[in-house]
Ligand binder design. Sequence first.
Ligand SMILES: Cc1cc2nc3c(=O)[nH]c(=O)nc-3n(C[C@H](O)[C@H](O)[C@H](O)COP(=O)(O)OP(=O)(O)OC[C@H]3O[C@@H](n4cnc5c(N)ncnc54)[C@H](O)[C@@H]3O)c2cc1C
Length: 406
Amino acid sequence: MIPETVEREESAEEIAYRKDLARWISTHLPDKPSFHLPQSFLEVESTEQCEFLRAWQAELYAAGYLGIDVPRAYGGHEGESWKQRIVAQELIRAGAPTLLNVVGLRMAMPTILTHGTEEQKQRYVQKILSAEEIWCQGFSEPNAGSDLASVQTFVKRDGDAWIANGHKIWTTLGQFADFMILLARTDKDASKHGGLSYFLMPMKAPGVDVRPLVKMTREATFNQVHIEDVAMPLDALLGQLGHGWQVAMTTLMFERGAAGGSERDLHAAFEEMIARLTDLAKRTRRGRTRRIDDPLIRDALAALATEVEAIRHHITRARIPQLLDHPMAIPLMGKLMGSELMMRLHRLGQDILGPSATQWMDSPAAVDGGTWQLAFGNAYGPIIGGGTSEIQKNIVGERVLGLAKG
Ligand SMILES: Cc1cc2nc3c(=O)[nH]c(=O)nc-3n(C[C@H](O)[C@H](O)[C@H](O)COP(=O)(O)OP(=O)(O)OC[C@H]3O[C@@H](n4cnc5c(N)ncnc54)[C@H](O)[C@@H]3O)c2cc1C
């Protein structure tokens, strides 16, 4: 099976690291709590979920399994980056709880490390790694999503402070966050892109009002954030005034995986899904027939397992620059392919369940507590969040393939 193939290609050092890590995970994995654990950071709803996941992230960090490739000066462990990839894979294989502070780890931290002053790196990075401070992303607005440069939230200088006013939407983790990466307009007369700046806004400051939004899954995991005369210190500005668009592009590169972030755990997550779907098809029946014995289900499973194998080769190719006509070609496709494939895997879960897929989490008869249905509903999130599939296709078409702008 695929894991052995991956391990055979690894060096003795990598294999030894993986084994040590697997041993550590097996002895430190927290017991399942009595409440429902979110399957990703996009689904954290309650304080008890948040605190459980915060403690787990802190433990991983303290053990040296987070921030491996981050400089020691900022709280990292300054090790080789392949170790972080192995950690991500093994956590998924062990069914470990999700990381909580993903906006911090994958978006704010790399952006601060790229554009921040020495003081900003010292101030923020370590507390992101340890989950002491939770971050959210304040990019989208009611009239600025795909067309992000249209943001209207306005920040003006007033003496020794920046004063922010505006309205952000779809803010994941906003109800728990200590800081927001905020894209805002600072010059109404400048060009659409040139008038933007990027701030690190304290979420507990007076004037920040977080209001939950309920998704179709009935979970309230993202929010509207109303910002009214919120005062920020002068060093809340990240990068130069008026250069917010360039700073935001760094964030989006990491968010969309084009900077090598999300590929780390992509394949392990798919592999795990194929194994879980196979198990589900063996456990469930339509009439007297096990779902795994239905040729249509077997065909669908085999087709998706083949795609998962293709993703493995895709990830390997993305690591070999000589194979890429355009340096961003394969990494840019990662988010598009990954989120769409995950959605199809979850849809097959619904097909396997058949009529019982209509039973929601509160039904005692729901298979596996209705978590397959919940995960299917939530699989739409990554197709939209961080840039929709249509936008990703436009980017690949225009920037990589050189097609005419639509
Ligand atoms: C689960 C989830 C979590 C999120 N978390 C956050 C968060 O924490 N912080 C944050 O800032 N945002 C967050 N978002 C918001 C997300 O980034 C936006 O929803 C996304 O960028 C799309 O913007 P929109 O919703 O305004 O849709 P629109 O931009 O209005 O698009 C509507 C439809 O039109 C299509 N479309 C738009 N323009 C084009 C075009 N040029 N060519 C082809 N098709 C086009 C889109 O693909 C889409 O299907 C989250 C979204 C989801 C679903």
